[in-house]
Design a protein around this ligand. Structure first.
Ligand code: SF4
Ligand code: SF4
Length: 89
């Protein structure tokens, strides 16, 4: 069976940030960039950031939060989820 990006379908849009980053705590280790399967973390110069529309693609796996050893990333499950569900899996 072929599983492609179209299998991730939007449901209820989430409003508000449920992932936040404290750049003062960030050590630029790059773990969040490596672990995010949706490629939503970016690095520009000496700054790491989440793409602006991350909630439309984030699958709420929490991996970025788990791997950030400096505690720079805060993650809370959004009420009702972001609306990303796997149609097949
Ligand atoms: S995992 Fe944490 S400390 Fe490492 S680059 Fe990402 S935000 Fe910064
Ligand atoms: S929760 Fe998962 S998909 Fe969302 S930004 Fe973090 S690592 Fe990426």
């Amino acid at each position: 069976m072929n599983i492609d990006h179209k299998s991730l379908i939007p449901r209820t849009p989430c409003t508000g940030n449920y992932i936040t980053l404290d750049n003062k705590k960030c050590t630029l280790c790059g773990r969040c960039l490596i672990i995010c399967v949706m490629n939503l973390w970016k690095k520009r110069g000496k700054t790491v950031y989440l793409v602006g529309d991350y909630a439309s693609q984030c699958i709420e796996c929490g991996a970025c939060y788990q791997v950030c050893e400096s505690g720079a990333i805060d993650f809370r499950y959004p009420p009702g989820g972001t609306g990303i569900v796997c149609e097949r899996g």
